[in-house]
Design a protein around this ligand. Sequence first.
Ligand code: SAT
Ligand code: MN
Length: 586
Amino acid sequence: MNAVPRPQAIPAHGSRLAALNDWVAEVAALTQPDRIHWCDGSDDEYADLLAQMVADGTLLPLNQDTHPGSYLHRSHPDDVARVEHLTFVCTRERDDAGPNNHWMAPREAHAKMDALFDGCMRGRTLYVIPYCMGPIDSPLARCGVEITDSPYVVANMRLMTRMGEAALARIEREGDQGKPFVRGLHSIGELDPDRRFIMHFPEELSIKSYGSGYGGNALLGKKCHALRLASWQAREEGWLAEHMLILGLETPAGETHYIAAAFPSACGKTNLAMLIPPEAYREKGWKVWTVGDDICWMHPGKDGRLWAINPEAGYFGVAPGTSAATNPNALATIQHDTIYTNVAVTDDNQPWWEGLDDRVPALDWQGRPYDAANGPAAHPNARFTVSARQCPSWSPRAEDPQGVPISAIVFGGRRATLMPLVFEARDWAHGVQVGASMGSETTAAATGQVGVMRRDPMAMKPFCGYHFGDYFAHWLSFDKPGAKLPKVFHVNWFRKGDDGKFLWPGFGENIRVLEWIVGRVEGRAHGDGGGHSVGILPAEGAIDLAGLPPVSPALFRVDEQEWQAEKDSVADGLRAMGYPQEPEDG
Ligand code: SAT
Ligand code: MN
């Protein structure tokens, strides 16, 4: 076997920031690693990590002719998705976490986690990953340090965040000014689902995650930091940390509007963010630019508008269903230098998943010879991890330190019935209500039953790090004098007809809806006047374009009785999540 280069020798002091060194030393004393490696984020370091993981079987090289620089990771079969029932927000007061979160007292949670971490890195390397969420020079970006014993996590963090020396330099500079960094401690432990917890301590800006190597459980910059802790910080500091894609829609007039859109996990955020318009639109000059596909941090600017950054630097996207027809940009993005997790492979060792094409895979996601009797070849939550810059529609504005101004916010879920293709909220308060009322059928992104309708306000049910009642109030608080807030919309690509078939083609044709949305923003497109309880629907014919099949009126049919039933269900759902809040005692 090849001699595999080991990580660099342990520096006596990795950082000039005493608080960081002390924390690393404290964690090392608890976890007892054989080695400590401070990640510098360099190409050499990444290459060494990949070589080491290939040598020990953590990564399998894919066909390097068709997919240069790409590897497959097969996870433990019990470690394939987020585990919401094992995810906790640990605040001193239970009520601060709200009924939308599992709660544990911080002292109890620390004791439980420290018992798990005790000695868990024996024989392993402890990696220190300084990272920055957002452009490295952006005042809107925030930094953290993840400690992990998983080289797979390090490699993924390198693709998903700005990781290494530049982040460390910023953390040190901010440390000099007394600014804290988020501390995330992670170990894959034994990958035992009975010894697995993801704990958040928003008051301490810290995270402890044990027993899983899966994305949202283990890449702590993502959901744990950029959503759960950041939403807490955002509330304290007057901004919003949201589960939203950000896209730029360039119109034939050459103007680019930025749209932020919240959909639950595995409901098409990546596809919408990378949309390629149909020919009829491209000819006219429409183009979509991708700023982000999962997370959006929005700050009110001096001009009253909301300015957004994508805190991430990569995509951790769902592979199944991604194809030349559904998302050609994603497919082009993941042609090289991509880490695939839990996909199948063809007989010539190319990554494969359901919906890609009609080839028959050779091995399934667990490495077994493919047999349809075992279920899908790729795990339904199989993922790709890739640098955002590889995307053909990547927007250079994703690196803009001040972010992009948001013209419209879009909410949407997976709803087979009732919800029209698109409607506009009457005003900000109504928009907040529309977001808070979101419902969606569950997907494979989290463990549990798939396809069950649940309330998922703003697509943040699994990610809001504090009480939903306070969260809605925080959203409402943005409506103040001088604010130039985005218009708010709701879309549903997933409505089905009586025959059980989707009524809307989706994907590239979603631009027809986006066109109406920016038309409304610019004051050009017509609405129906809103003389009903839904909101403002497009006027008849307002989203039809010659050359494309007409939009089915069934996509806009709203039965008032069914709408009333939905409102009752929303009210029940919101009450269950603590809104409106009970008046405080005493
Ligand atoms: O939680 S992950 O980031 O791994 C994927 C998702 O659910 O959005
Ligand atoms: Mn997500």
